[in-house]
Design a protein around this ligand. Structure first.
Ligand code: AMP
Length: 441
């Protein structure tokens, strides 16, 4: 692969890249950076951990360093992300690049003091990293204007739409609607009607980059499912993996906030340093937990989907889905917390009767069955057959989905498993916390 030097980037950017220890662009960077540098709008689908943040930060910085501002007061670039966690990861990377330059930046997300943010915006930062809801609130208050905006970047556009941010994205777009604006849109999948609708209204003849959609198999993540009969069985499996796998750091995803606390205690009692994270904590508490996990004070993090995106920690060797996520694309994001930047990762999913429908939705989304295995000492009676009760109707699959009414799952006992119709994929949103209210009994 060509080295970064050949991308004709500003020497200050090259110095920061060297400081990070990166030698060559990842495939997504190699494709996106030159396209953005020639001024094209871009729509990109890419896998988790593929280096997409630098794929937009580098050409964005290049443009801001090389061209004269359109306005002396207005922000020159805005990066929008669906969650505070992802926004904060982006901001951390951005600051590394800004540190070498005279550019200024600000971080504007929900859950933090509005007045403090107003003061920040009045200082006229040139780059803003924000969540769309809070930024749109400031726009409405006329704290700042976007007429001079040169670059609008949407990271995880699909997720922002799932969370119901379409109106805010349109408001931000409308406030910055002029022909000199360049717009970049990143999404785990481009098979999303609203993403395409948004792209049509925001982007001008975009260059499309599809380097491995979200559902392509991730070569660095070994994914295996295990059947579980009930909650106690899941807990026994969890402890088995903790004791028998070589775990550097582990993230356990659960469906409910209550379970994050209960499981963190269970894991602590078994002798591992564990902490819980959920949407009930204040932003300051969430930051503190993330920081403690990132600096290895805890080996295990138990969380809801609040942490399924944005966490970029190379020490995470394992992800365990204690419950399967309600939204299938969330599965891709959860397992993408491991196997980052070329490291090998292991993703284990525990599938009980209550996870059965979610499993089918995930397999439809991935367009392939997931592998099953079993722990000899902890066999399960449940093997998916429960879902195929006599009355359950087998629905024909919609177009675009894998063909055939039945599918043989690769369970180790070789039993064929009937598939029911998968639930709807996108049902609007919360911020990822507690997608399912019911506890497993
Ligand atoms: P991202 O997809 O942006 O979340 O990046 C995933 C991981 O890859 C992060 O840890 C980045 O720091 C790392 N990364 C990004 N670009 C490169 C590169 N060119 N070479 C090596 N690692 C990279």
């Amino acid at each position: 692969m060509l080295p970064f030097q050949e991308l004709a980037l500003d020497p200050r950017l090259l110095r920061s890249i060297q400081h990070l220890g990166f030698t060559a662009p990842t495939p997504i960077q190699a494709e996106a950076i030159p396209a953005v540098m020639v001024g094209k709008d871009l729509i990109v689908s890419s896998k988790t951990g593929s280096g997409k943040t630098l794929a937009y930060l580098l050409p964005m910085m290049q443009r801001l360093l090389k061209s004269r501002p359109l306005s002396a007061q207005d922000p020159r670039a805005v990066i929008l992300a669906p969650t505070r966690e992802l926004a904060s990861q982006i901001y951390a990377q951005l600051r590394l690049f800004v540190a070498n330059t005279r550019l200024t930046c600000a971080f504007i997300v929900g859950g933090e003091n509005f007045n403090d943010q107003e003061k920040l915006l009045k200082r006229q930062p040139q780059i803003i990293v924000a969540t769309p809801g809070r930024l749109a609130d400031h726009l409405e208050h006329k704290t700042f204007f976007l007429q001079g905006l040169e670059m609008l970047i949407l990271d995880e556009a699909d997720r922002m739409l799932d969370l119901g941010f379409m109106p805010q994205l349109h408001a931000i777009h409308a406030a910055a609607s002029h022909r000199l604006r360049q717009t970049l849109m990143f999404s785990a999948t481009l098979d999303h009607a609203e993403v395409n609708e948004l792209a049509l209204s925001l982007l001008k003849s975009p260059h499309r980059v599809a380097l491995g959609a979200g559902y392509d198999p991730h070569k660095d993540i070994a994914q295996t499912c295990y059947y579980a009969d009930h909650l106690t069985h899941k807990e026994a499996l969890l402890l088995h993996f903790l004791r028998n796998e070589t775990v550097r750091q582990l993230i356990i995803f659960t469906a409910t906030r209550e379970d994050t606390e209960r499981l963190a205690t269970l894991v602590q009692t078994a002798g591992f340093a564990a902490t819980g994270l959920n949407g009930k904590l204040t932003q300051a508490q969430r930051n503190a937990v993330m920081q403690a996990f990132a600096t290895n004070k805890f080996q295990v993090l138990v969380t809801t989907d609040v942490a399924s995106r944005g966490l970029d920690l190379l020490q995470v060797s394992h992800v365990i889905n204690f419950d399967l996520p309600k939204h299938p694309e969330e599965y891709v994001h959860r397992i993408g917390r491991t196997g980052r930047a070329g490291q090998q990762g292991v993703a284990i999913s525990l599938v009980g009767p209550k996870d059965w429908q979610a499993l089918q939705a995930i397999e439809q989304f991935l367009r392939r069955p997931l592998e099953f295995s079993k722990v000899e000492t902890l066999p399960a009676k449940f093997n998916g057959q429960v879902a195929a009760k006599p009355k359950a109707k087998i629905q024909p699959k919609k177009a675009n989905k894998p063909k055939g009414e039945t599918k043989v799952n690769s369970v180790t006992d070789g039993s064929a498993v009937l598939k029911k119709k998968a639930p709807k994929f996108f049902e609007g949103g919360d911020d990822g916390a507690a997608p399912m209210k019911k506890k497993q009994k």
